[in-house]
Design a protein around this ligand. Structure first.
Ligand SMILES: [Zn+2]
Length: 374
């Protein structure tokens, strides 16, 4: 068997973060970074490797993910994993054995390639494939809004129903500011597929809104196996404070040009038991919350938070520039009604995540229109 790293989205992202113990047994160091320098990226939310079984029979894989001694007290965020053989359509949750700061995965791998990671993967190639799959749909315009520091595309997908777009309000959906938060990509896919479906509700919303989707704002961080940032000392794409980064500049340019009326930012924190709904307009968050089906079947309850709640929880009197997010910036500059969702993986597969995205979009647009129409 071979353990493969260095591909799109692999973490560790080069062989320096891997030790072979015996045939079929490896240790990986997800916190390992080539040229890490003084890293501001907080690693520890991600690993993803591939195993190639070149024989014609199933083999047993032992994979130990060593997160380093400093991680011991936070291992309850990392005591899970997902696997997918190349022939399978979806990922399966696997539970490792946890000893201190090491998770040991024991998996039977079929001939061919199997991916194993902390979460289901969704990399730059998946995003490119998704965007090109939309390109031929009526009313859709896809383009490259800009390039990352390493030259990767930052896609913008615009969806318009028939009729005069000027009368509609602008909705912006943004995902993958944080590299490891793959759930946001599946939610964004669920949202776009719904809007392009024959569902009459989709047709209605496309009469009221013109839609812009930024499906992956941080392609460098995604490709290079970062946790949150675009590089070890790179940009935090969810923060509107000026940063010397091409992806950040592209994002700001697009948001300033579009001046959204409604804004949705998709994230996934690593809490197992809470979905997050973050927004400063209590009426809107209540309208959304009331329209979401119970997430109890995914073992979740809601955590609804305003910026003021977050400050109270962190014991601070005022927002530091680094704590501001795009929804704060857009609210001040364009009176945008913005929310962020956090939909963690545990208890969900990728089909569940697409459906959760669809429901979150419906709840947000209906909630917003109730405020406007009442
Ligand atoms: Zn995030």
């Amino acid at each position: 068997m071979k353990l493969l790293v260095g591909h799109d989205g692999s973490c560790p992202n080069s062989p320096g973060g891997v030790r072979r113990k015996s045939d079929g047994e490896w240790v990986i160091f997800p916190m390992w970074r080539k040229n890490k320098g003084k890293s501001k990226d907080v690693p520890g939310n991600r690993f993803n490797v591939r195993v190639r079984n070149e024989e014609s029979r199933p083999r047993h894989l032992t994979l130990r993910a060593d997160w380093g001694a400093a991680a011991t007290s936070t291992m309850h965020f990392r005591d899970v994993g997902y696997v997918k053989h190349e022939s399978e359509a979806d990922w399966t949750l696997v539970i490792p054995e946890l000893t201190g700061h090491v998770c040991t995965y024991s998996v039977t791998v079929q001939p061919g390639e199997t991916e194993i990671g902390l979460w289901p993967a969704y990399n730059t190639e998946d995003c490119r494939r998704f965007v090109s799959s939309l390109a031929e749909s009526p009313g859709v315009r896809t383009r490259v809004a800009g390039r990352s520091r390493k030259g990767r595309e930052i896609f913008l997908v615009e969806i318009n129903g028939p009729g005069a777009p000027a009368k509609r309000e602008q909705l912006v959906i943004q995902a993958r500011d944080h590299a490891y938060e793959t759930a946001g990509s599946y939610c964004a896919e669920g949202m776009a597929r719904f809007l392009l479906s024959e569902d009459p509700a989709a047709r209605y919303f496309l009469q009221r809104f013109r839609v812009a989707l930024l499906p992956m704002t941080n392609p460098d961080g995604v490709y290079d196996g970062m946790s949150r940032l675009s590089a070890p000392c790179g940009a935090n794409l969810s923060c509107p404070v000026e940063q010397d980064d091409e992806s950040w500049r592209t994002l700001k340019r697009v948001l300033d040009r579009l001046r959204p009326a409604v804004y949705i930012n998709l994230h996934n924190w690593t809490y197992k038991w809470h979905d997050g709904l973050l927004g400063d307009n209590e009426t809107l968050t209540e309208h959304i919350r009331e329209r979401m089906p119970s997430q109890g079947r995914f073992l979740k309850r809601w955590r609804v938070r305003s910026q003021a709640d977050l400050l109270k929880a962190s014991g601070l009197a005022s927002v530091t520039p680094e704590q501001r997010t795009w929804k704060n910036y857009l609210a001040e500059k364009f009176h945008t009604e913005g929310v962020a969702f956090e939909f963690p993986w545990f208890g969900r597969n990728t089909a569940d995540m697409r459906e959760t995205g669809r429901q979150a979009l419906l709840a947000t647009l209906a909630g917003y229109l109730q405020m406007r129409d009442d």
